[in-house]
Design a protein around this ligand. Structure first.
Ligand code: UDP
Ligand code: MG
Length: 311
C-alpha cells in the first residue's frame, strides 16, 4: 500500500489535537493509503507537546517534532515536508478548518493524473470582515505585480505527490513564503472548493499586524515591482523637474525676476525628500531580505522528536 504523510503544524493546539486525529481517522477510513502523522510542535506554551507524546505512545503512526521555540508556521511546514517519507504528502491545520473528508476526493484527483490538489475557500464566514477585506486586497495586489499566480482563498491544505515535494525542498531559500513556493514549482494543479469552517477549539494565532507583515513578506519575496515603482517615481520627478526648469527659465526671461515662489520651494523639497525616503525604504526592505538570506541560519531548531533519524 502507498503511504500518505499528514503534516500538521501545531502552535498552542492542546484543545484540538485529540479531536483532530479522531476526525481525520474517521473521515479517511476508506482511503486506500497507509497514513502517518507528522506533528510539528512550534514552541507551544501550552500542553501541546505532552499531548503529542501521549498520542505517539498510543498510535505507532504518530511522529512528532518539537522546536526549541516558536519559529512560525512556515518553518513548521518546512520541517514537516523534510521529515515526511510518504508517496503522497498533505498539509493540514490542527484546528479542523481543513475538512479531512476532502482527502478522499483529493486522492481521486491525484489518481486522475494531477500532481497537486489544492483547496480554496469560497467564503470567509466567521472571519472578521476587516481581515477578509485585506486578504482580498493582498491577492489582488500580488497577482497584479508578481508573475506567480496565487489563487484567492487557497489554503495550505493540499495533497501533493512525492515529486512535487522534492521540488519544493530543492528550493534553497531561507525566507520561505509557502503559498508562493507551492505556486512557483508549477506541475498539474487543480483546486477543490469548500465553504469556510470555523476553528473547532482554541484560538487563531494570527493578529492583524502579523498578517500585514506576512503579506508584505509575500510581496517582497515574489515580486520586484516595488523596486520598479521606486525607479519610475524617480524618473517621472526628474522629467517634471526638467519641464519646470524650462518653464521658470522662460518665465524669468520674459517677466523678469521678482522674488516669489517660496511655498513652491518648500512643497517641492518635502515632496522630493519624501519620495527619496520612500524609495530608500523599499530598497532597504530588499536589502534586509538579502541580509537574512546570507546569514544562512537554519529555519528552525529541533529540541526533541520521536523520529529515529533525528534523535
Ligand atoms: N501555527 C504554527 N505556528 C505559528 C502559528 C500557527 O504552527 O506560529 C499553526 C497552528 O497551530 C495551526 C495552523 O498553523 O495548525 C494555522 O494557524 P491558525 O489556525 O491560528 O491560523 P488561521 O486558520 O486563523 O489562519
Ligand atoms: Mg485555523
Amino acid at each position: 500500500m502507498k503511504k500518505l504523510s499528514i503534516i500538521v503544524p501545531a502552535y498552542n493546539e492542546e484543545k484540538t489535537l485529540d479531536l483532530f486525529i479522531n476526525e481525520v481517522n474517521l473521515e479517511t477510513a476508506d482511503l486506500p493509503l497507509e497514513k502517518s502523522y507528522f506533528f510539528i510542535n512550534d514552541g507551544s506554551k501550552d500542553n501541546t507537546l505532552e499531548i503529542l507524546k501521549r498520542l505517539a505512545a498510543s498510535h505507532d503512526n504518530v511522529k512528532y517534532i518539537s522546536f526549541s521555540r516558536n519559529f512560525g508556521k512556515e518553518a513548521a511546514l518546512l520541517a514537516g515536508l523534510q521529515a515526511a517519507d510518504g508517496d503522497f504528502i498533505t498539509v493540514m491545520d490542527a484546528d479542523l478548518q481543513d475538512p479531512p473528508e476532502m482527502l478522499n476526493e483529493m486522492y481521486q484527483k491525484i489518481l486522475e493524473g494531477y500532481d497537486v490538489v489544492g483547496t480554496r475557500r469560497t467564503s470567509r464566514e466567521g472571519e472578521p470582515p476587516i481581515r477578509s477585506f485585506f486578504a482580498r486586497m493582498f491577492y489582488r495586489i500580488i497577482n497584479k505585480i508578481s508573475s506567480i499566480k496565487m489563487v484567492d482563498g487557497a489554503r495550505d491544505f493540499r495533497l501533493m505527490t512525492r515529486e512535487v515535494v522534492n521540488s519544493i525542498l530543492e528550493l534553497p531559500e531561507n525566507n520561505r513564503f509557502s503559498k508562493g513556493l507551492f505556486a512557483w514549482v508549477g506541475y498539474n494543479v487543480t483546486y477543490l472548493e469548500y465553504k469556510n469552517r470555523e476553528r473547532i477549539a482554541g484560538e487563531t494565532s494570527w493578529n492583524f499586524w502579523g498578517l500585514l507583515r506576512y503579506s508584505i513578506d509575500g510581496i517582497i519575496n515574489f515580486s520586484e515591482m516595488p523596486l520598479n515603482i521606486a525607479t519610475f517615481v524617480g524618473f517621472f520627478s526628474f522629467l517634471a523637474s526638467l519641464l519646470l526648469s524650462i518653464f521658470y527659465l522662460l518665465k524669468t526671461l520674459i517677466y523678469g525676476d521678482p522674488v516669489q515662489g517660496f511655498p513652491t520651494l518648500i512643497v517641492l523639497i518635502l515632496l522630493l525628500g519624501g519620495l527619496q525616503l520612500l524609495s530608500l525604504g523599499i530598497i532597504g526592505k530588499y536589502i534586509a531580505k538579502i541580509f537574512l538570506e546570507t546569514k544562512k541560519r537554519p529555519n528552525y531548531i529541533i529540541k526533541e522528536s520521536n523520529l529515529k533519524e533525528l534523535d
